[in-house]
Design a protein around this ligand. Structure first.
Ligand SMILES: *Cc1c(COP(=O)(O)O)cnc(C)c1O
Length: 431
């Protein structure tokens, strides 16, 4: 099985965290997102353990909520001691509504509106990561008008090629995110930020990409960032106390994937931080990490009902399901690969190769192509694995499909944490 929390019970049904997915599909309907709470909690603890063992606990892990934002997720990660990284007013609102303390929130965004900045200032968000010079100016004005000084970090492009898909590679110069290091833009931004009376520059941030399977690009990014912090100390006499190294550890989407466990990645990064600080005689900074996918990705799956099977002789067989790009747009966006299985035939071999097609009116609305699958029939339950990250959070109402329900499984019991949208929800804002 792809992840250790997936098992097959005596009836040959796929189980996640001990809960029978076929029963879940019958009880809650499909499409259905299912998350394993114990696995999410174990992942949170795994990150905290490495920071404690390798770095004396001098760090904060902020769950990257763009991977999966709903109130219950913030409650779970908060109760495990994590903070949250938010990138919009909507994510910030959800986190605050869930009771996440504002000081544990890091606010991102390359194009934050004044209203979003005002919201972050009003609620006392712990760190605002600034992306560009106009934002520094706007934020200073907003903070001044509110009579506050706010902690900021600057998003830096360290120029690391993380060997990943172009759409999620953000460390290089040609990226809409942050200040480039190589061009001197980053140093100029540090100087500019230091002059604003209502901004308190506490450190630097970088995020070099996503679904990164190896430690090397992360360790290199840490070295490059500390090199810049050292240069800042030398050139302008400011010793920044914090370094935020973003997210990005990859997960196992298919059986062919062999990612380095995130614990090894964090260990390697912290090793590089300690070594570089020693070389430069630079005080070891407080570190922040922003894992998203590696906390929730493997902890979730999506259940669909098979509506039809369509074989085009000598070409391909389509298995058509009652969801699609409206609940998982990742294949349409970046040809992301997934494993799937027929949940009610999980003990049988996956002897066919099929294309899984969604219900949306787009030929590109596929969950995947050339996927091994048990022989599918109408009314079977199809499980797509490792969909815990960037599925529910990227869902849309395309074709006016109501967004699916999300259930959380814990110790065999399941509870709804996001209700299924109704048709009435869909027309709520129509005049
Ligand atoms: C997307 C993103 C993350 C999370 O990335 P994962 O690959 O899900 O760990 C963290 N920080 C920033 C700034 C991001 O843009």
């Amino acid at each position: 099985m792809l992840t250790p929390n997936l098992t097959v019970n005596a009836e040959g049904h796929l189980c996640i965290g001990g809960a029978d997915t076929v029963v879940l599909a019958k009880t809650h309907g499909t499409p259905l997102y299912v998350m394993d709470e114990n696995m999410i909690r174990e992942n949170c603890r795994g990150f905290a353990r490495v920071i404690s063992e390798e770095y004396g606990g001098r760090g904060l892990i902020c769950f990257a909520s763009k991977a999966l934002s709903c109130k219950e997720l913030y409650r779970i990660v908060d109760s495990e001691g994590l903070g949250a990284d938010v990138v919009s007013g909507g994510e910030l609102y959800t986190a605050l509504k869930a009771g996440m303390p504002a000081e544990k929130i890091v606010m991102h965004g390359n194009s934050k509106s004044n209203a979003e900045l005002q919201m972050a200032v009003t609620h006392g968000v712990g760190r605002i990561v600034c992306d560009n010079l106009p934002e520094l100016d706007r934020l200073n004005r907003i903070a001044e008008a509110s009579g506050k000084t706010v902690n900021i970090m600057l998003r830096i492009k360290p120029g690391i090629d993380a060997h990943t898909h172009d759409f999620v590679k953000t460390g290089q110069i040609d990226s809409k995110f942050g200040f480039a290091l190589e061009t001197g833009e980053a140093m100029a931004a540090v100087k500019a930020a230091s002059l604003y009376p209502n901004l308190n520059l506490v450190g630097l941030h970088c995020h070099i990409g996503s679904q990164i399977l190896d430690t090397a690009p992360f360790a290199e990014a840490a070295r490059v960032m500390l090199g810049l912090m050292n240069k800042i100390r030398t050139e302008i006499g400011v010793t920044l106390p914090e370094l935020n190294l973003g997210g990005g550890p990859g997960i196992r989407y298919t059986e062919a994937d062999d990612p380095m466990p995130f614990s090894e990645i964090v260990r390697a990064i912290l090793g590089a931080v300690k070594e570089t600080c020693a070389e430069l005689s630079f005080p070891e900074p407080f570190v922040l990490f922003e894992p998203g996918r590696s906390i929730v990705g493997g902890a979730g799956l999506t259940l669909y009902t098979v509506m039809a099977k369509k074989t085009i002789p000598d070409i391909r067989t389509y298995v058509l399901v009652d969801g699609g790009m409206c609940d998982n747009p990742r294949y349409a966006l970046y040809q992301s690969r997934y494993e799937a299985m027929i949940a009610n035939k999980a003990a049988e071999p996956r002897s066919e190769r099929v294309t899984i097609g969604g219900k949306c009116c787009e030929s590109g609305d596929l969950i995947g192509e050339d996927m091994p699958l048990q022989p599918a029939a109408e009314d079977d339950i199809l499980a797509v694995l490792a969909t815990g990250a960037y599925n529910y959070s990227m869902a849309s109402n395309y074709n006016r499909n109501p967004r699916a329900e999300l259930v959380m499984v814990r110790d065999d019991a399941a509870r709804t944490v996001v209700k299924r949208e109704t048709y009435e929800d869909i027309v709520r804002n129509d005049i």
